[in-house]
Structure formats: structure tokens, C-alpha cells
Design a protein around this ligand. Structure first.
Ligand SMILES: [Zn+2]
Ligand SMILES: [Zn+2]
Length: 68
């Protein structure tokens, strides 16, 4: 699979947070339909937790909670 073909629309800020495409894959490296796109804006907090509606940061935050 070619990641450059991913149709997701991440923001520029999202690409900074999850380079190079602004996508948070979590544990699902082989399952593109489960990837989350970061839609953060520059004014988002460093640890966004998805409060802006960003699924990538929400998923990332949730995953961090389950890490022992
Ligand atoms: Zn985000
Ligand atoms: Zn955000």
C-alpha cells in the first residue's frame, strides 16, 4: 500500500504532530481503515487529547491511558 494515496485530509499542524502525513496509526499499521487523521490547528494544546474534535489525538490519548 502507498501512504501517499491515502485520501485523508490532515491539517498542516496535524502533519507536524504525526509526520509525514498527519495520521495516527496506533497499533493498526496494516489496517488503513482504522487510521485516524489529525485535524489539529496551531492553537491546539501540545497534548490535545482530541478536545478540538481531532480523532487522531483522541485515539492517541486513549491509547496512552491503556499503556501500563
Ligand atoms: Zn490532532
Ligand atoms: Zn487538537
Amino acid at each position: 500500500m502507498n501512504e501517499s494515496n491515502v485520501r485523508y485530509q490532515s491539517t498542516d499542524e496535524g502533519k507536524k504532530r504525526y509526520p509525514p502525513f498527519g495520521i495516527y496509526k496506533g497499533p493498526f499499521w496494516d489496517e488503513p481503515h482504522l487510521w485516524k487523521v489529525c485535524t489539529c490547528k496551531p492553537e491546539c494544546l501540545d497534548v490535545c487529547k482530541g478536545y478540538c474534535g481531532c480523532e487522531a489525538c483522541w485515539e492517541s490519548y486513549r491509547d496512552s491511558l491503556t499503556v501500563a
